[in-house]
Design a protein around this ligand. Structure first.
Ligand code: B1M
Length: 212
């Protein structure tokens, strides 16, 4: 098995020590940081996302895999930055105003990072105008809203309205969270809905026409 395949497996199984060691080994051997990300780390998280969608693994396994990916990425990120390599797409993620639930939102963040999106995480209780400001500041491709409370679902509509009012119709707004459905997304004019964190990445890629 190649070192790259071993790195894939280390991410899939959440073995962060091996993931970090193999990443460092490849850096030392002169493998380009982009090659490590594209062929060693991202495909591993892709497998994790698929297994999560298929209920073959659950939140704890996903968190462990994401931690392995994050620690390996920490070695590669400075090299990418030094080479002027930026992620191709930027997503703003946050839990909407009034809502403090962030476990699902954090999984969404991890899956986007695992797919090599640039991620701006605004945290929880995020007002519509903060999503608008961040979308402008970072030139976002996607704004991803999470809500866990039926009482905060209207904040999603407020955000869609604010994005359109700010002339950001070109930025795709997608929504998700336990009480959210495709029909609610249709009702409030959101561009997309995803049922889980792995599907959120698929949906974002579909909305912006990015290669998976
Ligand atoms: Co709260 N809570 N909570 N809570 N809480 C729920 C959501 C609730 C269903 C519990 C219940 O009554 N059975 C209920 C909501 C009822 C409703 O609205 N119909 C509820 C309530 C009422 C409340 C309070 C109002 C309780 C109170 O104070 N009286 C209060 C509200 C605080 C606030 O937000 N303003 C409250 C507080 C809390 C805690 C702080 C104690 C804690 C949150 C801790 C934290 O997040 N840091 C908490 C928790 C943990 C829960 C439950 C138990 C678990 C939520 C969770 O993290 N699930 C929840 C009951 C339940 O779900 N069993 C409950 C795991 C997580 C991985 O799943 O977030 O659904 P989830 O994310 C999924 C998908 O939904 C999706 O991807 C993830 C999986 O891949 N997803 C997206 C999420 N965002 C997405 C975005 C996307 C795409 C997919 O695209 C953009």
């Amino acid at each position: 098995m190649s070192v790259m395949e071993d790195l894939n497996n280390a991410v899939i199984t959440g073995n962060r020590n091996v993931a970090v060691a193999l990443t460092q080994q490849m850096i030392d051997e002169g493998v380009t940081p982009m090659d490590i990300v594209d062929n060693g780390l991202v495909p591993g998280m892709g497998v994790v996302g698929e297994r999560f969608k298929n209920n073959e693994i659950f939140v704890p396994e996903m968190l462990i895999a994401a931690r392995a990916m994050k620690e390996a990425m920490a070695l590669v990120e400075p090299l990418l930055a030094a080479a002027g390599i930026e992620p191709a797409y930027t997503v703003i993620v946050g839990t909407v105003q009034g809502d403090l639930h962030d476990i699902g939102k954090n999984l969404v963040v991890m899956m986007f990072k695992g797919a090599n999106f640039g991620v701006v995480d605004l945290g929880t209780n995020v007002p519509a105008d903060a999503f608008v400001a961040a979308a402008k500041e970072y030139g976002a491709d996607v704004v991803a809203l999470s809500a866990l409370l039926t009482t905060t679902m209207p904040s999603m509509k407020d955000t869609v309205v604010a994005m359109n009012a700010a002339g950001l119709d070109g930025v795709k707004v997608m929504i998700g969270g336990a009480p959210i459905t495709q029909s609610f997304a249709d009702e409030i004019g959101a561009d997309g809905y995803a049922a889980d964190a792995a599907s959120a990445v698929d949906k974002a890629q579909e909305l912006i026409g990015a290669a998976a």
